[in-house]
Design a protein around this ligand. Structure first.
Ligand SMILES: Cc1cc2nc3c(=O)[nH]c(=O)nc-3n(C[C@H](O)[C@H](O)[C@H](O)COP(=O)(O)OP(=O)(O)OC[C@H]3O[C@@H](n4cnc5c(N)ncnc54)[C@H](O)[C@@H]3O)c2cc1C
Length: 419
């Protein structure tokens, strides 16, 4: 039984955490905020039931597709029929409330779903995760009732797939340096011009959350909902990447795109707050994915170490190999516990979890890097060959410390909070 599932059987919390306080920030003052740490969170009954069914259907659908994933990795493309199957499984509606046709999963249960898909293939998690964790998360967090009614039902079925458009050629870590501009027209609408870079789902999305300059007294950046079908919206070719190759990464360009005033997401000039709100809230998805990848690798490494014989013994008998497996297990357990805890803070209505979310992203992404590296090492030369999935895990994992905020920037943020 894993950490998340074992949490299921613990008693529900009597009183819940102090929602106006942050465990990590208190720790920076040397305080242990026991109210928010104990008891360890439990999953609610409804989530447990739905989660069980989703995990089972993911297993049924993805099991046995390893050769397809390797082929799609080489071809750098997920077939349309496969994306259609993801729609039919309901995997685009995971966190959308039931009233809009989604499954209404909590942040914690969602992280668990991404762990399951990542145990098969990271690109699958990317397609689903870019949609839910960042693509349409802004609509859930900051959208008006009218915007939600208009878009959420289509996003829940996957009739519309979502993408998050922040990065530009001159604005990566320094997101405030974006140059895509939205000029306000006399009728209140905006005209959008600019180009976004490396957008996950860029080529298959119908719904873009776009950040653009609207320099004004209210602030510099505004978030907009932009439909791919509108005149002036286009995307570039599929990028040829090191890893997560089957996931779709493209540029997205806006050429004199008219965006109606009702498609402003949040408030005019407050787009930076929208972007950070989305990224903070979405980090547990990435952490959950890393945990799923680690578990799959630990399973493989244990089997590999037991099967392979050198010097007349199974290599699992050698201390240096055992140490690697022990370390992977330690890191996986710690990453899963932290991701689950932070997801629980989000689900409990905690207002300030940005440092905790940054910590889980840094730790889980780096734990996954080390696990992928050591797992390949245990497999030796076989691990380096493309017939086995180790090398793909290493390539796929390499993105984790780079996107959704580089680990350097997140470390700066953690340090800044303590200083
Ligand atoms: C496959 C892929 C998918 C992506 N998907 C999306 C997406 O869906 N939507 C989207 O908007 N973006 C996306 N991105 C962009 C991603 O978020 C950026 O690559 C990331 O934010 C880093 O920006 P950069 O690559 O320009 O690196 P830079 O900002 O140029 O940084 C280069 C290096 O310098 C370091 N650095 C920068 N500033 C500092 C500092 N002040 N102190 C210390 N170190 C610093 C960085 O940590 C990094 O190591 C994606 C990128 C890739 C590769």
């Amino acid at each position: 039984m894993n950490t998340i599932e074992s949490a299921v059987s613990t008693d529900a919390k009597a009183s819940g955490p102090l929602t106006d306080q942050s465990v990590a920030k208190q720790l920076l003052f040397g305080n242990v905020l026991e109210e928010n740490l104990f008891p360890y969170p439990a999953i609610n009954d409804r989530d447990r039931e739905v989660l069980g069914m989703i995990v089972e259907s993911i297993d049924r659908f993805l099991e046995g597709k390893q050769a397809d994933f390797a082929r799609w990795d080489r071809a750098a493309r997920q077939p349309d029929e496969f994306v259609q199957s993801l729609r039919e499984l309901g995997l685009f509606g995971l966190i959308i409330p039931e009233e809009f046709g989604g499954l209404g999963l909590s942040n914690a249960a969602y992280a668990r779903v991404l762990a399951q898909t990542s145990s098969y293939d990271s690109s699958v998690s990317l397609t689903i995760g870019a949609h839910s964790s960042i693509g349409m998360k802004g609509l859930l967090l900051f959208g008006t009732a009218e915007q939600k009614a208009r878009y959420l039902p289509k996003l829940a079925t996957g009739e519309m797939i979502a993408a998050f458009c922040l990065t530009e050629s001159g604005a990566g870590s320094d997101a405030a340096a974006i140059r895509t501009a939205a000029k306000r027209n006399a009728d209140g609408s905006f005209t959008l011009n600019g180009e976004k870079l490396w957008i996950t789902n860029g080529g298959i999305a119908d719904f873009y959350t776009v950040f653009a300059r609207t320099d004004g007294p209210e602030g510099k950046v505004t978030a907009f909902i932009v439909e791919a079908a509108w005149p002036g919206v286009s995307h570039g070719a599929h990028e040829d990447k090191m890893g997560i190759r089957a996931s779709c990464t493209t540029t997205v360009a806006f050429n004199d795109v008219r965006v109606p005033a009702e498609n402003v997401l949040g408030e005019v000039g407050k787009g930076f707050k929208v972007a950070m709100g989305i990224l903070n809230n979405g980090r547990t998805g990435l952490g959950g994915g890393a945990v799923g990848g680690m578990k799959a690798l630990i399973r493989r490494s244990v089997a590999q170490a037991q099967e392979r014989k050198q010097f007349d013994r199974s290599i699992s008998e050698y201390g240096l190999v055992r140490e690697k497996i022990a370390q992977m297990t330690v890191e996986c357990f710690a990453a899963e516990s932290a991701v689950w805890m932070v997801a629980h803070y989000i689900d409990s209505g905690c207002e300030d979890y940005s440092v905790e979310a940054a910590i889980t992203k840094v730790f889980a992404s780096e734990a996954m890097q080390r696990t992928a590296y050591e797992s390949l090492q245990i497999a030796g030369g076989n691990g380096y060959m493309r017939e086995l999935p180790y090398e793909q895990y290493v390539r796929d994992a390499r993105i984790l410390p780079i996107f959704e905020g580089t680990n350097e920037i997140l470390r700066l943020y953690i340090a800044l909070s303590s200083l």
